[in-house]
Design a protein around this ligand. Structure first.
Ligand code: HGY
Ligand code: MN
Ligand code: MN
Length: 410
């Protein structure tokens, strides 16, 4: 069979996504497979089984990244694809999983056609992409490319107080493969857009050319608990008020900076968190992103200045802890152009895209020519059980991935 006519089996891809989504399924119809939990282990076990059933050589590295390798006719630098299968606590079934299962589907389609690419093909599953339990996000791929020492990664403590290295050992995925196991010739990740652009414009494929910078911090506020009824407002050192003020400041900061600036206070805890007690302590997280590095630094500067004045005015102490900081990334123009050509050849509408979300591909871009394929997210919803991508778009993305990988591996 000629490679040109190859198409993946969309029904099987949808069925596999459903099977994986059943692991960590939530009552709201979403997925909760936080990194290195029992659910993550079960998901990894299932994906490894699917890889072994296809005769892929499965290897696991010391940070738990796992790889399925399909030999090429030559033993040379492989073409890599893949993504992650860990989710946020209120995740959907496509974020990350589509990239992994489409990679497996590409292998199965080539096997069925009896086609062997010159370069080996590798499907990667990277540890802790979400960063929702252990910061930073994209941790496994960051370690893979040498951006974070292994021992430092092992020492990271999760939001539940568990140590990353212990959890990796506990689930049995602390492997011994050398790192980086592969220095790919090229890397392409298929992912849902997780934003509103493709869906709103009725376009099927996004050829992702760049990805915005990310700044994560935890802000700890220490004030003084006191009686909610007897304490005059002028005598308060209210950590709860400060947490709320930070949230409001972030909204005005995004508005003032404009452009692609986004600011999010995603997590907030108060202590003692009681109706009639002025909060003595508060912890909030801050997620700042911008496609422009200078603007992102300006956002960080303005937040730091605001926190100083807030501490002074409210008589509290405020400490910050950096959780993640990645500069904007430009992907490989040649690979992005190939994705655009393949989409056109397959008859799909396509447009260049910037990624608002972080992805493992941004780390692989430090190692080899890398780009991404996006498919639409209905109403741009993601990190939400309502996350949805139409089956025909899932298949279109996987077909574009298939032909892009085949061309890169020729
Ligand atoms: O935070 C992100 O952008 C990704 O989902 N880890
Ligand atoms: Mn993702
Ligand atoms: Mn995500």
């Amino acid at each position: 069979m000629k490679a040109e006519s190859l198409r993946i089996d969309g029904d099987r891809l949808v069925a596999r996504l459903a099977e994986l989504a059943a692991i960590g399924a939530t009552d709201e119809g979403g997925c909760c497979r936080l990194a290195l939990t029992d659910e993550d282990r079960a998901g990894r076990d299932l994906v490894c089984r699917w890889m072994r059933e296809l005769g892929l050589e499965v290897r696991v590295d010391p940070i738990g990244n796992l790889f399925g390798c399909r030999a090429g006719t030559e033993d040379t630098a492989p073409v890599m694809t893949g993504s992650h299968i860990d989710t946020v606590r209120t995740g959907g079934r496509y974020d990350g999983c589509l990239g992994v299962l489409a990679g497996i589907e590409v292998v199965r389609t080539l096997d069925a056609a009896g086609l062997r690419t010159r370069r080996p093909l590798v499907v990667g599953v990277f540890t802790n992409e979400e960063g929702a339990r252990f910061a930073p996000d994209m941790l496994g791929s960051l370690v893979y490319v040498g951006g974070l020492p292994l021992e430092e990664a092992y020492a990271r403590t999760g939001i539940d107080g568990k140590r990353l290295g212990d959890e990796l050992l506990r689930i049995g995925y602390r492997g011994d493969a050398p790192m980086p196991l592969y220095r790919p010739h090229a890397h392409v990740e298929l992912h849902i857009e997780q934003g509103p652009v493709l869906d709103a414009e009725g376009i099927t494929i996004g050829a992702v050319e760049n990805l915005q910078g990310i700044s994560w911090q935890e802000v700890s506020i220490a004030g003084e608990s006191n009686h909610a009824g007897t304490t005059p407002m002028r005598l308060r050192h209210d950590a709860g008020y400060c947490a709320a003020a930070i949230g409001a400041f972030l909204r005005s900061l995004a508005r003032e900076l404009g452009g692609s600036q986004v600011c999010t206070m995603g997590a907030m805890t108060l202590h003692p968190n009681l109706i009639n007690v002025i909060a003595s302590r508060a912890n909030v997280t801050v997620d700042l992103r911008n496609t422009d590095e200078a603007a992102l630094q300006e956002a960080e500067r303005r937040l730091a200045a605001f926190l100083c004045s807030l501490a002074r005015d409210e008589g509290v102490t405020i400490e910050t802890r950096r959780l993640a900081r990645f500069e904007p990334v430009s992907f490989d123009a040649g690979v992005a152009a190939l994705i655009t050509r393949v989409a056109a050849r397959l008859g799909h509408t396509c447009r260049p895209m910037t990624s608002g979300a972080g992805h493992d591909a941004q780390m692989l871009a430090r190692l080899c020519p890398t780009a991404m394929v996006f498919v639409p997210s209905v109403k741009g919803i993601s990190h939400n059980p309502a996350e949805h991508t139409a089956p025909e778009h899932l298949a279109a993305g996987a077909d574009v991935l298939l032909h892009t990988l085949v061309e890169l591996a020729a």
